[in-house]
Design a protein around this ligand. Sequence first.
Ligand code: PLP
Length: 449
Amino acid sequence: DMTTDGVLTADTHLIQSFADLNLLKQDGARTVIVGAEGSMVRDSEGNELIDGIGGLWCVNVGHGRKEIIDAIAQQLNQLDFYSTFYNFTHPTAAALAEKIASLAPGPLNKVYFANSGSVANDSAIRILHHYNNRLGRPKKKKILSRIGAYHGSTHLSIAMTTPAYSDGWDHAEGLVHHLKSPHFWREGDGMTEAEFCDSLVQDLKDTIENIGAENIATFIAEPVQGAGGVVMAPDGYHRRMAAVCEDYDIKYIADEVVTAFGRLGHFFASQDIFGYTPDIITTAKGLTSGYQPLSATIVSDEIHEVISRPGGMFLHGMTYSGHPAAAAAGLANIALMEKEQIPERVRTTGKLFENTLKGLSDLHIVGEVRGSHFMMGIEFVKDKATKQGFAPEDAIGLKLARAAQKRGLIARPLGNILILSPTLILTEQQIGQIGNILRDSIEEVTRSL
Ligand code: PLP
């Protein structure tokens, strides 16, 4: 199914993720990426495109960084593979765990590695299961999540994800409860933002009272909801939600799969930006800037102390947990971020990016431009006053993404929303270019409506 120059024909053996598989049967529906450098990618037709989604919210330091590629090669030459099962370990995984502990908020000092954000979240739940078992309270296992959440695609992490993504996938009855969406612009009708925040905190308290704190292990939340449409919670929300959880002895998991490693201008967003300290942070993506599949579940000393008490073993493991090549990529990636002061830089360039996109708000079909720094979403509406959205058959996101790609920018369509999560090394000139391309694309699609 490959032509000699590596271009895929319409019908291949590869099943693609979150794709309309029927649409992919059309010739030319696929974009085949064959190379990348810095913030640019090259497709099989020779087009140079700005990578406005950073691979998949993950290529934070940019493409083609020799420092990371060389570190991976060097590691494989030294030690290709050994596991971190039983009493075995290796220096690279241990060094990366130590480095992550030094960057994470104070009490979060123990790191469990896996290979995806989905499994990082599953691992957090498994760790809390062991924690509560050790404390003699096996019933304390229900999970609070939120409408609009995305936590992954495994059996458990899809259950924690917003129901709209799970297509009716069944899971243990009542295991996961979804709290209200924190999206003020959509859900805050008639309330001030402060009143809306009060209502969300009240929803948490009521839910805990209904289900019983003795049955609830955890509340899991992204600092900024990503795949749910880039939704920022109201001011003070996370701090207040965390305080309620602490009162009821419910562990707070911050899913920082997207928000960590500089995307919002800090290594971690929960404490440094939003002012709360979770009990567990899960992260992936920017941890290696996507050069290797790797995730981390970072737990507090208190949780670790309980799961390492005498009387049993930690019954959880994946063969590739802490894979040497992935750990080497993580170490080299973080070293690069520190050397080039990437998080600090994002506080300026990311703010410019945010403001450039917010500058599109005057356009007729732009309903809300939201997000922070290099994590942005633009929601399009048919009618600004009523916030009425476009119908699915209008395929507005897809049309806009295509119009942008034609002009040299990759953006990610999500229903009526366009997502931008570029590399963190965009130049001011590229940021200006993205703003212009988006404006032209939105105007073109508006005219065609
Ligand atoms: N959590 C969040 C917030 C994510 O955005 C994602 C993926 O996009 C995941 C978890 C799942 O990560 P992965 O796709 O690596 O399994």
